[in-house]
Ligand binder design. Structure first.
Ligand code: 5GP
Ligand code: ZN
Length: 137
């Protein structure tokens, strides 16, 4: 997708408005339009990349530095009890906007959001998966 067609490129350039909370030379952070809780923030690289597997190394470093700086700021601002930091890659993983972004999601005790349930795998299945991953390296 070209930057001209990308929603988050347009948000980063200001062509489409957003509730910006922070910006520097390489990153842009703004409030999610459909937050899981108040303060839910998206941190994006200004340079377009589809996801975290294709993002430039220096852009990823810049995005994560912004996440590191902003997470405690957001937590204080909304008096959250904790923060989830998440990245969805690919539609099977819930990615809807194909411009790399990190979700910074404030959490509150008893806010009702549940974590994923674990899948029961045998020790053999786990071991053979580790072999498959190491083979791909
Ligand atoms: P994904 O599922 O791709 O990881 O997350 C995309 C996020 O972008 C969603 O949480 C969604 O609410 C948010 N979003 C989608 N469109 C807009 C928009 O136009 N403005 C803002 N601020 N957030 C958006
Ligand atoms: Zn983009």
């Amino acid at each position: 997708m070209s930057p001209e067609d990308c929603l988050f490129c347009k948000i980063a350039s200001g062509t489409i408005p957003s509730e910006k909370v922070y910006e520097d030379d390489h990153t842009f952070a703004f409030l999610d339009i459909n937050p899981i809780n108040k303060g839910h923030t998206l941190v994006i690289p200004k340079h377009h990349a589809e996801n975290i597997m294709t993002i430039r190394k220096d852009d990823l470093a810049a995005v994560m530095e912004t996440v590191r700086m902003l997470a405690p700021v957001i937590q204080r601002a909304v008096s959250a009890d904790g923060i989830n930091i998440g990245i969805n890659n690919g539609s099977a993983a819930g990615q809807v906007i194909f411009h790399a972004h990190v979700h910074v999601m404030p959490r509150f005790d008893g806010d009702g959001h549940e974590h994923w349930q674990g899948k029961k795998l045998t020790a053999e299945e786990i071991a053979s998966t580790a072999i498959a991953i190491r083979k791909e390296l």
